[in-house]
Design a protein around this ligand. Sequence first.
Ligand SMILES: *[C@@H]1O[C@H](CO)[C@@H](O)[C@H](O)[C@H]1NC(C)=O
Ligand SMILES: *[C@@H]1O[C@H](CO)[C@@H](O)[C@H](O)[C@H]1NC(C)=O
Ligand SMILES: CC(=O)N[C@H]1CO[C@H](CO)[C@@H](O)[C@@H]1O
Length: 346
Amino acid sequence: MGEKSRSKGFCGWFLVLIVLAVVVAAIVITVKKRSDNHSGSGKPEPVPGPPGAIDKKYSDALKVAMKFFDAQKSGKLVNNEISWRGDSGLKDGSEAKLDLSKGMYDAGDHMKFGFPMAFTATVLSWAILEYGDQMDAVNELEPAQDSLKWITDYLINAHPSENVLYIQDLSQHHCFFNAGGGLIWVSEWNCLQHPVASAFLAALYSDYMLTSQTASISCDGETYKPSDLRKFARSQADYVLGKNPMKMSFLVGYGDNYPQFVHHRGASIPADESPGCTDGFKWLDSTDPNPNIAEGALVGGPFQNETYIDSRNNSMQTEPSTYNSAVIVGLLSSLVTTSSAVKSFT
Ligand SMILES: *[C@@H]1O[C@H](CO)[C@@H](O)[C@H](O)[C@H]1NC(C)=O
Ligand SMILES: *[C@@H]1O[C@H](CO)[C@@H](O)[C@H](O)[C@H]1NC(C)=O
Ligand SMILES: CC(=O)N[C@H]1CO[C@H](CO)[C@@H](O)[C@@H]1O
């Protein structure tokens, strides 16, 4: 307690707010940059240059993370490579005479929430816009674009006419903060969404600083260089991938030790079963690990005291989501090679 932890908490919040503010700036700059070129203003663009050397750790993790989108697809699956997934939601929207069969289930249940899906599409498209070349360098650009289209196909159909949008809202979970050790920690429920999103934005901001040749920024009396922001981004990614007191990777399928009791209907029910809606609780309550691996799932993550209870009924820690996947894909794309901007300006 006392001054120190409070000011730490403040600085953490401040950092989160700064990186969030950058979202708006980055979108404006990116859009402007594109339209400037199209209008032929003749202003020189920052040259992104070729992606640098590939970092195997982040490249492997990116390949794993990208797979979760496939596990979440609704509708008639195309080139499905997941043995335990099949077609679903084929009649969605039929009551309204709309084809809402595509889109993605947002988390462990069979729910297609509009706002999380829109968030996922926004972050994913943003990551592609910023780091598409990095994704391409490790053959992950096409899968990313394919997943994005799977969502936008749904969203476009869900918006059949002006002022009409078929959506479902998601209630907010309570959040609190206490800036803690290595991991930025904001909320007990799905805690990893915050550090991973902050890390993605920090990596991006670091690249923008390099591109605009900004030497440093100040936060709460501290000065941060682009390399500091990138270091922070890496620290959060490394924590998620296993560099933590639990020695656990929170990205399912990455590393040797990852969650086995992911709160995920498809992963916890044997593929040859076809239970009714509420029959699934039989498997939820089972003490056996999931029969199917929800590869690429980024689970909710640890408590503030750095413990993780790997239990299917513990959804605040063990449930993955597509919006988690969008931010981890963004973060890993930014780290997958040494930033091209770094090369250009050092
Ligand atoms: C860690 O925190 C959780 C959630 O606050 C709590 O339930 C659990 O008992 C704590 N574990 C330890 C070892 O302190
Ligand atoms: C959740 O599961 C764990 C172990 O699988 C069990 O010990 C605990 O009692 C369960 N809690 C609830 C609320 O069902
Ligand atoms: C990236 C991009 O679109 N570059 C274009 C910008 O505009 C010039 C001149 O119109 C084109 O030659 C570039 O290909």
